[in-house]
Ligand binder design. Structure first.
Ligand SMILES: C[S@@+](CC[C@H](N)C(=O)[O-])C[C@H]1O[C@@H](n2cnc3c(N)ncnc32)[C@H](O)[C@@H]1O
Length: 251
């Protein structure tokens, strides 16, 4: 039985266990530049472009995602927040800016990104700790954090590892907030691919196309959480426009 469940999650389509024939084809095993260790320059271009986009006034992701995260800890006077998959740390910087007493642990699996963060303002911020950390093996005791947040990153992981993030995130923190690329409907996805495929020589477009194909649907996210532990409950906070937003916790 356990072996059957493991096989199910390994082969689960990104569009979920009941995905249609066509949506099963709208996915890829191809890696983003961000996932590769052999393309340093391209990887740097992508993470820098994402960081620029994240910082943009009004339309940037960092402030929006920080507000979503802080809405999960309204009654905690000095919330302990763990950011996993922080890239260059822009979301954590916003959390510290918007909340005067929050303590933030800023982490990513990529030692180069973490070194860049540590060398900047967050490296000496009195309420920030900067560390290398793998979201699938969080190095802390149970319930240490009030909130763990994983933004625009879950789609980088294959289903067994993504399920492990649910398991680890809800163990290390009371709440796990997943914000990720929204999987488009099939017609929209086909139209988007037709529009952007000619531009995949641009590194950030290359990664964005793969992100869309690897994004998990809501039913896939439910299946991952259930596979991690049936005791994990999930709630979606996704708005009409914008990314998939999901809160996971254990009762
Ligand atoms: C698209 S970037 C998102 C960066 C940032 N969270 C943001 O909102 O802009 C994805 C990040 O996930 C990180 N990542 C991938 N796998 C990871 C893992 N197993 N544990 C922690 N971080 C991971 C990558 O190194 C990268 O920095």
């Amino acid at each position: 039985m356990l072996v059957a469940m493991a096989t199910d999650i390994i082969g689960m389509p990104r569009a979920g266990p009941d995905a249609s024939w066509l949506s099963r084809r709208l996915q890829t095993n191809r890696l983003e530049y961000l996932d590769r260790d052999d393309v340093d320059e391209l990887k740097h271009k992508v993470v820098t472009a994402l960081d620029r986009g994240g910082r943009r006034p009004r339309f940037g992701t960092y402030e929006k995602h920080a507000q979503l995260a802080l809405a999960e800890v309204p009654d905690v006077p000095a919330p302990r927040i763990l950011e996993i998959g922080s890239g260059l740390g822009g979301l954590s910087r916003k959390l510290l800016e918007l909340h005067p007493t929050a303590e933030v642990t800023v982490t990513d699996v990529d030692p180069g990104f973490v070194a860049d963060i540590a060398a900047g303002d967050l490296g000496s911020h009195p309420r920030a700790t900067v560390r290398v950390m793998d979201a699938t093996a969080i190095d802390t005791q149970d319930g240490h954090y009030d909130l763990a947040v994983f933004a625009l990153s879950l789609h980088h992981l294959a289903p067994p590892l993504a399920a492990q993030v649910f398991s680890e995130g809800t163990r290390a923190a009371r709440k796990l907030l997943i914000i990720d690329v929204r999987r488009p409907s099939i017609p929209l996805h086909l139209a988007m691919l037709a529009a952007v495929l000619p531009f995949t020589r641009v590194p950030v477009v290359h990664d964005a196309v793969i992100s869309g194909l690897r994004a998990y649907s809501p039913s896939a996210l439910r299946a991952l959480a259930h596979h991690a532990d049936p005791a994990i409950t999930v709630e979606f906070r996704t708005r009409r426009m914008g990314p998939t937003v999901m809160l996971a916790s254990r009762n």
